[in-house]
Ligand binder design. Structure first.
Ligand code: FEO
Length: 397
C-alpha cells in the first residue's frame, strides 16, 4: 500500500495476469484502484472487481477496523469498480454508500441494495470528514452516464475514476516512479480504447476540472499522477479535441498476398514521400484491435485493404471496422484497396464503410483481380504518396 498524502492510502488490487478486459488487450495487466481517506471520519473511495474484494478489505483492515469506515464512495458503477460492493457493504456494517442518483439507479439494477445505507450526493453538496471534505463533480459519459469525480479541496486531490487511467500492473503507484513516455503511451491506449467516443464530454470535464486547484489526480486504473499533471492534462486536451499527428496508417488483411503486395506498395510510396510523416503498416490479423484503435486515435490519413472472401471483406477487417465505428473516430482522410478472384466485394464494402464513417475519400478504391500488375503497383505507390501528403497537412477533427 502507498500513501498519497498523510492518511490517504491506496488500498486497491493489482491484477498482474489479466490479458483481456472486455476485448481490450491488457498485455501489461491492470489495477483497480481504491483509496482510504482517514480523518475524524473515514471514507473508502471506489472499490474493486468482485474477485478481489478480499484483498481490498484486507488492505483496509490494515489501516482501520472495518466497523470504523463511515463512507464508501462509488464514483462509477461499472463492475471493475463496483463489482465488490455487495461484499464490501456487508463487511463494513457502519458505512453509508455515497453516489449520485444515476449511480444508485444503476447499482440497483445490478444488486439488491435494499439493505444498504445509501446517500445520494450532488455537486452542490459536500461531506465533511473532519479536517477534510469530499465534494463531487458529475462527469456523465466519462465513462458511463453515472460517472463522477470526487475531490478533496484541502489536499487538492482529485479521484478521477476511469479518466486519466491506464491498464498497467506495477509494483509502484506513482507517475514519477515509471518511465513517462511508456506511461503516456499506456494512457493513450486507454483513452483510444475506452474514452474516444466521449471526447466532447471529456472537454466539458476538463473545463470543469480546470477551475479546481489540483496537485494529485488519482484514477481508478494504473498509476497516480502527482508529478506529470501538465503532460497528462495536455494529452487529454489533444486527444479529446481530435488533434492529429503527422501520421498515416495502412491497415490490411490478405489471403494470397496480393492485397499484401498492394499494402507494401502503398507503404513504399508513403515512405518515399519522406515528409516527416510517421507511416504505420498493420496486418489486422497480426495485431490486436487495441493496437489498431491506439494507432488510429491520432492518425490523419488511413488506407484500408482487404481481398474478397465469400463476397465480403475479410472477417478481421470487418471486426476492425466494427470496433472503430463504435469508437467514433472522426474526420480521417482515407481510401480503400484490395484484390479478388472474380468479384470486388471486399474493397467495395471497404469503400462503403469509409462513406459510412463520413471520412474524406482521397483516392478512388484501388481494385485488382488475382495479382497486382506493375501498373496497379504504381497506382498503389502514388496513392501511398498521396496518403503521406494528406497526413502532413495539419488537420483537426
Ligand atoms: Fe474502469 Fe468504466 O470502468
Amino acid at each position: 500500500m502507498q500513501e498519497l498524502v498523510r492518511h490517504v492510502d491506496w488500498v486497491g488490487h493489482v491484477d498482474w495476469n489479466i490479458r483481456d478486459f472486455h476485448s481490450y488487450d491488457t498485455h501489461r495487466g491492470a489495477t483497480y484502484n481504491a483509496y482510504l481517506v482517514r480523518d475524524t471520519e473515514t471514507a473508502l473511495v471506489d472499490t474493486v472487481k468482485a474477485p478481489f474484494a478480499d484483498t481490498l478489505l484486507r488492505n483496509v483492515a490494515e489501516k482501520i477496523e472495518l466497523s470504523k469506515v463511515d463512507y464508501v464512495v462509488c464514483n462509477h458503477a461499472e463492475l471493475d469498480h463496483a463489482g465488490s460492493l455487495p461484499a464490501v457493504m456487508q463487511a463494513l456494517p457502519n458505512a453509508t454508500l455515497l453516489c449520485n442518483a444515476k449511480c444508485r439507479e444503476t447499482l440497483s439494477a445490478y444488486f439488491d441494495i435494499s439493505g444498504w445505507s445509501v446517500k445520494v450526493v450532488s455537486p452542490d453538496e459536500s461531506i465533511s470528514l473532519g479536517n477534510r471534505t469530499l465534494s463531487f463533480l458529475n462527469t456523465p459519459m466519462v465513462h458511463w452516464p453515472e460517472s463522477m469525480f470526487t475531490y478533496i479541496p484541502e489536499e487538492k486531490l482529485l479521484f478521477s475514476m476511469d479518466a486519466f487511467g491506464q491498464h498497467l500492473a506495477t509494483s509502484v503507484r506513482f507517475d514519477d516512479q515509471w518511465a513517462l513516455p511508456h506511461l503516456l503511451q499506456e494512457a493513450k491506449t486507454y483513452y483510444a480504447n475506452i474514452v474516444t467516443p466521449y471526447g466532447k464530454q471529456v472537454q466539458k470535464t476538463l473545463e470543469a476540472a480546470a477551475g479546481l486547484p489540483i496537485s494529485i489526480i488519482a484514477p481508478s486504473h494504473g498509476l497516480i499522477w502527482r508529478k506529470h499533471l501538465p503532460e497528462i492534462l495536455a494529452a487529454y486536451q489533444a486527444w479529446s479535441s481530435g488533434k492529429y499527428a503527422r501520421k498515416a496508417l495502412i491497415l490490411y488483411d490478405t489471403m494470397w498476398e496480393s492485397t499484401g503486395q498492394m499494402a507494401e506498395a502503398i507503404l513504399r510510396g508513403a515512405v518515399e514521400e519522406n515528409n516527416g510523416v510517421d507511416v504505420q503498416l498493420l496486418h489486422v490479423r497480426k495485431t490486436t484491435l487495441t493496437r489498431v484503435a491506439t494507432e488510429m486515435l491520432d492518425a490523419a490519413a488511413v488506407a484500408l485493404g482487404s481481398p474478397t472472401l465469400n463476397m465480403m471483406m475479410m472477417p478481421q477487417m470487418a471486426a476492425v471496422l466494427n470496433y472503430i465505428r463504435g469508437l467514433k473516430f472522426s474526420s480521417k482522410s482515407a481510401f480503400a484497396f484490395g484484390s479478388c478472384g472474380w468479384a470486388h466485394a471486399g474493397v467495395e464494402h471497404l469503400a462503403h464503410s469509409i462513406e459510412e464513417l463520413q471520412w474524406t475519400r482521397i483516392h478512388e478504391p484501388i481494385k485488382v483481380k488475382y495479382r497486382p500488375s506493375e501498373a496497379v503497383r504504381e497506382t498503389c505507390h502514388s496513392a501511398g504518396r498521396l496518403l503521406a501528403q494528406t497526413a502532413a497537412k495539419p488537420v483537426a477533427g
